[in-house]
Design a protein around this ligand. Structure first.
Ligand code: NAD
Ligand code: ZN
Length: 343
């Protein structure tokens, strides 16, 4: 079968023929991958950055976002059957640590990540534990089911608090920020302001329904936000992983407001917590992954009932063989989500 591999340490991937996996553990499932999508994490592994060098153990099949079909099940599998269409939570919990036992599997102490710590889904067939499979509703197109995992990030970050009637600032309109614009609107936010520095992404933020878009490189974000809102925004959704965006975003939050942080800064950052958080009485939420499986249920409902339309987020659907073009688009940020089709 075809697979995109990190064959050896160093930048790049190769598309190769590898042996189809056969031996399933009792609770494992063989999934025929029909769509897979490229995540920023895959781009980090492609570039072979510092994080990848310490975490990835080549040779390994990369990729974690997918929609596929169950083709074989281990002897103890009870939750799915052959023919089921599934997407997957990519954070594989241990199911026995304190957090797993107390309904917080997304912060499992022994988390393993698909396509990072074990072979992933940039291939024709992948072995996935039944615990993390999500049977998505038949009404959801495969191209959208493939991106349910990052969509879940947008949902988890946005709906950690009640957005009804709230003024929201989203910093960063990458694929997840774009999805968050739609989630915030579906959740009843009264105004969704988005900040973004890249011209392609600014255009996409418009197409995904942001009420106001500010380019902080061209306009004074803080001044503009206070002119529009008078008192500042109720909640900041930080989705850029940029220090300046976080700092200015916190300055835009009203006294006693909230900030939900998804963006990864890639190391320590220096901000004034006294004036930006403590003295303003701001509540901060750190967001990792998706809640299992409350977030998936919401993702399914929003897509099935067309409360969110991902057609303006999934900008490219390419044949699997054109994966290099997909990575080029991702590297240049000239895209939303890039989906690879294996049908
Ligand atoms: P992305 O890198 O495609 O999007 C980030 C966007 O922020 C880009 O469009 C970029 O132009 C914009 N940006 C950069 N500097 C900015 C600034 N000063 N002001 C406003 N916008 C700015 O990433 P993505 O895939 O959409 O993911 C969003 C973030 O979430 C990333 O940092 C990613 O690493 C992180 N992430 C976290 C989790 C988690 O579990 N916590 C999961 C997935 C992704
Ligand atoms: Zn655990």
């Amino acid at each position: 079968m075809k697979a995109i591999l990190k064959e050896k340490p160093g930048p790049g991937f190769v598309l190769k023929d590898v042996k189809k996996p056969e031996k399933l553990g009792p609770r494992e499932v063989l999934v025929k991958i029909r769509r897979t999508s490229i995540c920023g994490t895959d781009v980090h592994i492609y570039k072979w950055d510092e994080w990848s060098q310490t975490r990835i153990k080549p040779p390994m099949i990369i990729g974690h976002e997918m929609a596929g079909e169950v083709v074989a099940v281990g002897e103890a599998v009870t939750q799915v059957k052959i023919g089921d269409l599934v997407s997957a939570e990519t954070h594989i919990p241990c199911e026995h640590c304190l957090q797993c036992k107390t309904g917080r599997m997304h912060v499992c102490q022994n988390l393993e990540i698909l396509g990072v710590d074990r072979n992933g889904v940039f291939t024709e067939y992948a072995i996935i534990p039944e615990t993390v499979l999500w049977k998505f509703s038949a009404e959801i197109p495969l191209d959208f089911a493939s991106v349910m995992e990052p969509f879940g990030n947008a949902i988890h970050t946005s709906l950690v608090t009640d957005l009804t009637g709230k003024v929201v600032l989203i910093t960063g309109a990458g694929p997840i920020g774009l999805m968050a614009i739609q989630v915030a609107k579906a959740a009843g936010a009264s105004l969704v302001i988005t900040s973004e520095v890249d011209s392609t992404r600014i255009q996409m933020a418009k197409e995904n329904g942001a009420d106001i878009i500010i380019n902080p490189l061209k306009e004074d974000l803080i001044k503009k936000v206070y002119t529009i809102t008078k008192d500042g925004v109720d909640i900041l959704l930080e989705m850029s992983g940029n220090k300046k965006a976080l700092e200015d975003g916190l300055k835009c939050v009203t006294m006693g407001g909230e900030a939900s942080l998804l963006g990864i800064f890639g190391g320590s950052i220096d901000i004034n917590l006294d004036s930006l958080v403590i003295m303003k009485g701001i509540t901060i939420y750190g967001i990792t992954g998706r809640r299992m499986f409350d977030t998936w249920k919401i993702a399914d409902e929003l897509l099935r009932n067309k409360k969110v339309d991902l057609s303006k987020v999934v900008t490219h659907i390419l044949p699997f063989e054109q994966w290099e073009k997909g990575f080029e688009l991702m590297l240049n940020k000239k895209c939303g989500k890039v989906v690879l089709n294996l049908d």
